[in-house]
Design a protein around this ligand. Sequence first.
Ligand code: GTP
Ligand code: MG
Length: 379
Amino acid sequence: MALFKLFKNKKNNNKNSINTQFENSDIQHENIDENKSELNENIEQNEEQVSDISESTLPSPTEITPTENNTEEKKKKGFFSKIKSGLNKTRQNIMNSVEHVLKSFVKIDEELFEELEEALIMSDIGVETSVLIIEKVKDIVKSEKISDVLEIKNIIARVITEMLEENDTEFELKSPSVILVIGVNGVGKTTTIGKLTHNFIEQNKKVLLAAADTFRAAAIDQLQIWGDRSGVDVIKHQENSDPGAVVFDAVQAAKARSTDVLICDTAGRLHNKKNLMEELRKISKIINREYSNAHIEVFLVLDATTGQNALQQAKLFKEVTDITGIILTKLDGTAKGGIIIAIKNELKIPVRFIGVGEGIDDLQKFKASEFAKALFDIE
Ligand SMILES: Nc1nc2c(ncn2[C@@H]2O[C@H](COP(=O)(O)OP(=O)(O)OP(=O)(O)O)[C@@H](O)[C@H]2O)c(=O)[nH]1
Ligand SMILES: [Mg+2]
């Protein structure tokens, strides 16, 4: 199956809006850098506080007898509570506005549904998906003869949960695989590759990385740092070298070393210099030609904090690439996490992983039922 479809005439029209999004992403990057230095200050303060804690308050190593199972269980619970607290603002954003509408009505009528629809649209769920949710809610209200206005809140949660769970399949890594990671700049591609690598290494998979973002030297170094963290090799060339050549070499190395998965980082900002889509097309052509027995995944990374913009980016990439999965990053602390419902409903591309922080462990396979429980704060 060819990975990339032929460019359509729409491409040129879309170019301007892609560029605008790239510029927006640049601005976001600057904001992220500012936040980062704040974060570093906080970390330094925390480190000081930690060193203040006397060692006598810590349990001696002999008191700790973790079994593999309960460590795994703890990790799972820890992650669930992390998603749950990460989704606090999204939950409030959706539910507070729904509650606000419900409180101003005493009986269920058409006007109530209209206002609810508006409230959902304002919560980054998107027009198309909000309309569908309210249609489904109406059907349930009718078939179950609901008359209590406040009951509608639970029905909305039920409908959204069902939507998230629809056709849900868990990602399973096939061996050998190539994962091409794409997305506009700053969405979290390189960080996500670092976390994915750690995740696969924990499953005893043999991983190799390809630094096909040759646009900036810092991008190659950043991937190398993540590779070092997991003890994984990075195939890289010089800055500004041909990304296709990097991928070619990486594929040969992956075949020679019998790796389970080769993960390719790509550039997110090529506007004015090269055509990003053209480059991605070239890279995937090389993978298809040189590694025909590999299972190929194209993961589009989207930044949840950009809300509807993320959905727009996905639609643009979808026009030129066969995206096999979405990775939604930065779900920690954003109020715009409702976008995942629109992504699931409108794009018909499975969400494979979600990122809830900058740490190596802050990536989790997307499991719809677990996510819905976290979103609606159900134990
Ligand atoms: N809070 C949070 N930050 C994240 C997450 N994922 C990535 N980031 C941060 O987002 C910023 C950008 O991440 P990168 O991995 O460099 O993004 P990129 O897509 O590779 O960017 P370019 O290489 O410029 O295209 C970094 O500061 C990351 O630490 C996440 O899940 N949560
Ligand atoms: Mg990068």
